[in-house]
Design a protein around this ligand. Structure first.
Ligand code: GAR
Length: 210
């Protein structure tokens, strides 16, 4: 089985879905470590509960992004992962960091990319009166939330939805699609190709990049 490291900042329900997928063997992988940048993240309790080694690298303890990313990379490399999964990890990673792990790094972003990069995606979908919203699993590249999309799930937006209600509806779908994609990467059924292009400022081709 492939070695998986999960990075989190909060509740960790997506991390839980991946941990559960591994223990049910619907993912051909093992979660070898969970790393949080937030000391109080509930995800750390989930790791303890599942007997998964965890650590916290508090970004507040570092002078700048580069120093934090370096410490994070060291912690990741100690676990010798094949696959690194961002699951509600709320820090932007530097270009150097992303380049080091290119092709091994997955993220889930709560919007129908390319819509709504960044934060507050649920409220933005409501404010724009979108009739549908959703979530996207993608390879991480230096452009934040800009990497090639692998799989998306859609949910309806109802007229009286609050951002919390919509977020909850999206999470249900995330817990289905993220374990699927993690398994595909573990089984090498998907691969990030044309990697050099992401560093030459070239535009993504329309198709055939994931
Ligand atoms: C998820 O909805 C995930 O898509 C989102 O945070 C939530 C984490 O929930 N990620 C981002 O916004 C990344 N920019 P969880 O901690 O329960 O998995």
């Amino acid at each position: 089985p492939k070695r998986i490291v999960i990075l989190v900042s909060g509740n960790g329900s997506n991390a839980q879905a991946i941990i559960d997928g591994c223990s049910r063997e619907s993912i051909q992988g093992t979660v070898v470590k969970l790393i949080s940048n937030v000391p109080t993240a509930f995800a750390l309790k989930r790791a303890a509960q599942a007997n998964i080694p965890s650590s916290c690298i508090d970004h507040k303890a570092f002078e700048n992004r580069g120093a934090f990313d370096l410490a994070l990379a060291k912690e990741i490399d100690d676990a010798k992962p094949d696959v690194i999964v961002l699951a509600g990890f709320m820090r932007v990673l530097s270009g150097e960091f992303v380049e080091k792990y290119l092709g091994k790094l997955l993220n889930i972003h709560p919007s129908l990319l390319p819509k709504y990069h960044g934060l507050n995606t649920h409220q933005r979908a409501i404010d724009n009166k979108d009739s549908e919203h959703g979530t996207s699993v993608h390879f991480v590249t230096p452009e934040v939330d800009g990497g090639p999309v692998i799989l998306q799930a859609k949910v309806p937006v109802f007229e009286d939805d609050t951002a919390d209600e919509l977020a909850e509806r999206v999470l249900v779908q995330e817990h289905k699609i993220y374990p699927l994609v993690v398994n595909w990467l573990c089984k090498e059924r998907i691969v990030l190709t044309n990697m050099k292009a992401f560093f030459d400022g070239q535009k993504l081709p329309e198709r055939g990049y994931a």
